[in-house]
Design a protein around this ligand. Structure first.
Ligand code: S3P
Length: 441
C-alpha cells in the first residue's frame, strides 16, 4: 500500500464476526517477562506489530534467543541475572513508550552502560517520570533534559523503595514493579489507578505480590526474588484495537459486529462504559477468566441516536488510549459532551488532545477547550461533504485509525497520509476494514 489512502464513501451496512490481533500491553509484557524467566516460554497470538518487534529485537540484543513457530513464539530466558550484552549497547525502542520504560526497570541490575533511544515521537516524550523512581533503587541513570536518550548503568546493590505513582501511568508503575523483583527486600507502591496487566502476570507467575485497593489508589507490595519459571501464555485480543471497529459499527447504518476473544480487564474497558452511558448497547458474551485476565466476545450494533456524556474523570485512565475515537462518537451524539482533565492525552505518541481538536475543527465540529478540559458539540445529523486532508500527525497510529473511522462514518472525501503507522499497533487494521466492506483506494 502507498503511504496515503483516499476514502470517498461511507461504509455500507455489514454483519460480521471478526477477531483482532493480540493486546499490545500484554504482548510487550509477555516478551520482557519471558526474557527474564528460567527456561522456555511459549507465547501464542503475540501481536506482530512494530512495537512488539522492537521488544523482540531488544531482548535479542540482551543475549536472549527467540524462535518463531507457526503457532507461537518461543523465548528462552536465563533468569533475572541472565542478560548478556555487549559493551555500550544501544537499544532502539522505536515508537514504544511501554518498551522503553519497562526495559529500564529490567536493566536496573545490569552493571554495564546501556543507552535507550527511540524515534522522533518517543524522543519528545517525558522520561523523568520513570528515571526518577528508578534512580532511587541505586542505579545510575542519566537523561538529556528529561527525554531520550537515557543512559543507565545498573547496580548489583539495589535497595527496595517506597514510591507514590501520581500520574496513573501503568508504564511507570510497571517499570518500578520489574525493578523491585531484583532487590533484597520489600518495595511498596501507592499508585493512581491504571491498567494492571503486570500485577496479573506477577500473580500468575507466583511472584510474591500483595495488592490492596481503595477508590483512587492501588497499594502494591513486591518482594525481591531470585528467579521465576518460564510460562505459556495465549495473548487475548486488544480492546484498544477493537475500539475503532466498535465506533465504526455504532455510527454505521444497520450493522452488527461480533469481536471474538477480547481482553476486557476492568482497567481497560472505560470506552465501553462511556459508550454505553451514551446509550450504545455493547455487550460482553462468553466471559471467561484466563490467568487473571477477563476475556469475552464483544457484540455491538448500530445506534442512530447516541446521547452526549459528561464523562466522569474516574474513567480517564481506563479509556486513555481510546479518547480519540470516543471524540468521533461524541461529534455524532445529541448534545454537548464534556471531558475533563485530559492532560495525559498530550503525553502520548503525539499530543493527542491538541491534534484531535485540530481535526475536529477542520471537520467543522464545534469544540471548546479550557486547558485540558473539552466540550464537543455533537450533532446526530452530522454529514460531511467537504474534502479533508489528514497529515502531519507525527505518525501516531491512533490518529490515523481515528481519521479512517471518521471518514467511513461521517462522509466527505478524505486523503489520509502516513498509513504505515497502523503497523505500530495494528497491522491488520486495513485488512479488517476491507473485510467489513470499506472502499479504500
Ligand atoms: C501502557 C500504558 C499507558 C498507555 C499505553 C500502554 C502500558 O501509558 O497509554 O498505550 O502498556 O503500560 P501510560 O503508562 O503512559 O499511561
Amino acid at each position: 500500500m502507498t503511504n496515503h489512502i483516499v476514502i470517498k464513501k461511507k461504509i455500507t451496512p455489514f454483519k460480521k464476526k471478526i477477531g483482532v490481533s493480540g493486546d499490545k500491553s500484554i504482548s510487550i509484557r509477555s516478551v520482557l517477562l519471558a526474557s527474564q524467566a528460567i527456561g522456555k516460554s511459549k507465547l501464542y497470538n503475540l501481536l506482530e506489530s512494530e512495537d512488539v518487534f522492537n521488544a523482540l529485537k531488544t531482548i535479542k540484543s540482551l543475549g536472549i534467543k527467540y524462535k518463531k513457530f507457526s503457532s507461537h513464539y518461543e523465548i528462552t530466558g536465563y533468569g533475572l541475572n541472565g542478560y548478556k550484552l555487549k559493551k555500550n549497547l544501544v537499544i532502539d525502542a522505536g515508537n514504544s513508550g511501554t518498551l522503553a520504560r519497562l526495559i529500564l526497570g529490567l536493566l536496573i541490575n545490569v552493571n554495564k552502560s546501556v543507552k535507550i533511544v527511540g524515534d522522533k515521537s518517543l524522543s519528545k516524550r517525558d522520561f523523568s517520570r520513570v528515571t526518577e523512581p528508578l534512580s532511587l533503587f541505586g542505579a545510575n541513570i542519566n537523561s538529556s533534559n528529561r527525554k531520550l536518550p537515557v543512559k543507565i548503568i545498573g547496580s548489583e546493590f539495589l535497595r527496595p523503595i517506597n514510591y507514590f505513582e501520581k500520574l496513573g501511568s501503568a508504564q511507570c508503575k510497571s517499570a518500578v514493579m520489574l525493578a523491585a523483583l531484583k532487590t533484597h527486600g520489600l518495595t511498596k507502591i501507592k499508585a493512581k489507578k491504571s491498567r494492571d496487566h503486570t500485577e496479573m502476570f506477577f500473580k500468575h507467575l507466583n511472584i510474591p505480590i500483595k495488592i490492596s485497593k481503595n477508590k483512587k489508589f492501588d497499594f502494591i507490595e513486591i518482594k525481591g526474588i531470585s528467579n521465576f519459571k518460564s510460562f505459556d501464555y495465549i495473548i487475548p485480543g486488544d480492546i484498544s484495537s477493537c475500539a475503532f471497529f466498535i465506533v465504526l459499527t455504532l455510527l454505521s447504518k444497520k450493522s452488527y459486529l461480533v469481536i471474538k476473544n477480547v481482553n476486557i480487564n476492568k482497567t481497560r474497558t472505560g470506552i465501553i462504559t462511556i459508550l454505553n452511558k451514551m446509550k450504545a448497547n455493547i455487550n460482553f458474551k462468553n466471559k471467561k477468566n484466563y490467568k487473571g485476565e477477563l476475556i469475552a466476545d464483544i457484540h455491538v450494533k448500530s445506534k442512530s441516536k447516541l446521547l452526549s456524556i459528561k464523562c466522569p474523570e474516574k474513567l480517564n485512565s481506563s479509556a486513555i488510549d481510546e479518547f480519540l475515537i470516543i471524540f468521533i462518537a461524541a461529534a455524532k451524539a445529541k448534545g454537548i459532551s464534556h471531558f475533563k482533565n485530559l492532560s495525559e492525552l498530550n503525553k502520548k505518541e503525539s499530543p493527542r488532545l491538541d491534534i484531535a481538536i485540530k481535526i475536529l475543527n477542520k471537520l467543522g465540529i464545534k469544540v471548546k477547550r479550557n486547558n485540558y478540559d473539552i466540550k464537543i458539540y455533537g450533532n446526530p445529523d452530522l454529514k460531511l461533504e467537504g474534502k479533508y486532508v489528514i497529515k502531519n500527525f507525527m505518525k501516531d497510529h491512533r490518529v490515523l485509525m481515528m481519521s479512517c473511522i471518521a471518514s467511513l462514518t461521517l462522509g466527505g472525501e478524505w486523503k489520509i497520509y502516513d498509513t504505515d503507522s497502523a503497523k505500530t499497533s495494528f497491522p491488520n487494521f486495513f485488512k479488517i476494514l476491507k473485510q467489513l466492506g470499506a472502499k479504500i483506494n
